[in-house]
Write a protein that binds this ligand. Structure first.
Ligand code: ADP
Length: 437
């Protein structure tokens, strides 16, 4: 980049220099021509007065021709016209390796009583050579100054761009393998660049975190999928060996395969939901609806599914909610499923829906296992399962609450949890009233 900027400067200086030389040349040739025009006028004046004799005229100019405008006859001729190589009013003649330069001046005059055109040619090789020397001197001087300026510019630009060059080298070295250890050097940078380096480093930190989270997610998802696959493999090889003859083994295997397949389907659906959300492809189809209806439907569903728990709906006030009915139902179902999973026979699950000044407050309370204080922090994280439930052979992948939270967040809602280990838990979901919708 530094070279390119220096080259651009050099080209700019050269073009400017060329332009200056042309302007200088124009000025100097103009002044030479003007000087000879004055001389021609002085000679004409003397001819008009009759004081200029032929010899004097031949000395004063190299060629003179006076032509009458009336009959185009030459009235006066002195000297010999130089060769034909002419450029405007200039003649350039090369003689014995030496360039001779002449200038021509044409004047309209009244001579010998009639209108004439007088054409003078003067040799001006000397003046031309002086001008040439001046221009060469100027060009050399200019080239020297330009070279010094380009050098200074190169040094300055290099000093300014060095940290940026260094930064771009560091950035180009970055890849997924060294993302966790490579960072831009923030020290030694100037204030503005330091801010830029800090900004890029911040971005790299966030990228690293997102990448790690993604890696963690993939590894945990694979781990979760491994268990049901192993179980399926186990039962299929058991069936192969004894299944056909042993009716008991056959029945047990079919039940296990069915349940593991269901568990896998549930896991895959949850993973798909999360990955779609990750790619921000989770559009909510929002509408106005009465949450009491949804709660009524869910209560019926739960009563039908669990006959061993006391399932009741304490309050069910009508409350209009603006949101995705199916998604919100799915979220509340997560809390209800958990309430069933983490309670035992005879425990009570209480569901309520309240209208709090237009906001909708839903509570799902159970008298089950409850949670330890230290587990509360993690329950909304992906694949989190409290140690208190891990050994208990309770179905689950630790994804339900994180999905529920995504949906509630998407409706600007809040989730509060109250719990006591061995006594039970209470989840409260609040969906705010959406004004102006
Ligand atoms: P899963 O229930 O599939 O393990 P969730 O994300 O729904 O996953 O819940 C995460 C964890 O939170 C559970 O494993 C459990 O430890 C705890 N948890 C959630 N709901 C309850 C509840 N009602 N009672 C006790 N623990 C709960």
């Amino acid at each position: 980049m530094t070279y390119r900027i220096a080259m651009d400067f050099a080209i700019l200086f050269l073009v400017t220099g060329l332009f200056l030389v042309l302007v200088l040349m124009r000025i100097r040739t103009g002044s030479i021509a003007e000087e000879y025009e004055n001389r021609a006028e002085a000679l004409i004046y003397e001819m008009q007065k009759g004081t200029a004799d032929e010899e004097q005229l031949e000395d004063a100019c190299d060629f003179l021709r006076v032509v009458s405008k009336e009959n185009r006859e030459t009235v006066y001729l002195a000297g010999e016209e130089p060769g034909k190589l002419a450029l405007g009013k200039w003649y350039f003649i090369k003689e014995k390796d030496e360039l001779q330069v002449f200038v021509r001046q044409k004047l309209s005059v009244v001579l010998y009583g009639s209108e004439c055109s007088a054409e003078f040619v003067f040799e001006c090789t000397q003046e031309w050579n002086v001008m040439r020397r001046e221009l060469i001197f100027f060009s050399l001087w200019y080239l020297g100054v330009a070279a010094a300026a380009v050098f200074v510019c190169y040094v300055l630009v290099r000093a300014v761009l060095r940290p940026i060059d260094e930064m771009s080298r560091q950035v180009s070295r970055l890849n997924l393998q060294n993302l966790h250890k490579e960072r831009l050097n923030e020290e030694g940078s100037k204030a503005e660049l330091k801010e830029l380096a800090e900004g890029i480093n911040g971005m790299l930190d966030r990228m690293e975190q997102a990448y790690d989270a993604q890696k963690q997610f993939v590894s945990e998802a694979s781990h979760e999928l491994r268990t049901p696959i192993t179980v399926l493999q186990g039962y299929s090889s058991m069936l192969k060996r004894w299944g056909a003859e042993d009716k008991e083994v056959l029945a047990e295997s079919i039940d296990a395969i069915e349940s593991e397949a269901k568990s896998m389907q549930d896991l895959v659906e949850k993973l798909l939901f999360l990955s779609r959300h990750e790619r921000r492809k989770l559009p909510f189809a929002k509408e106005r609806f009465d949450m009491a209806e949804v709660i009524g439907e869910l209560e019926k569903e739960m009563v039908y599914m669990t006959s061993t728990r006391n399932m009741r709906c304490s309050v069910c006030e009508p409350v209009r909610v603006y949101g995705d009915k199916q998604a919100l139902k799915q979220a509340i179902r997560v809390f209800l499923d958990n309430a069933v999973k983490y309670t035992e026979e005879g425990d009570t699950i209480t569901l309520s829906c309240r209208n709090k000044n237009g906001a909708c407050e839903i509570t799902i309370e159970d008298t089950g296992l409850g949670m330890k204080r230290e587990d509360l922090e993690g329950i909304f994280g992906r694949f989190f399962r409290a140690d208190t439930v891990r050994g208990k052979n309770i179905e689950g992948h630790g994804l339900g609450l994180s999905i529920a939270r995504l949906i509630i967040d998407g409706h600007a809602g809040k989730i509060a949890v109250r719990t006591q280990y061995t006594k039970g838990s209470c989840f409260t979901v609040t969906i705010p009233r959406q004004r102006g919708v």
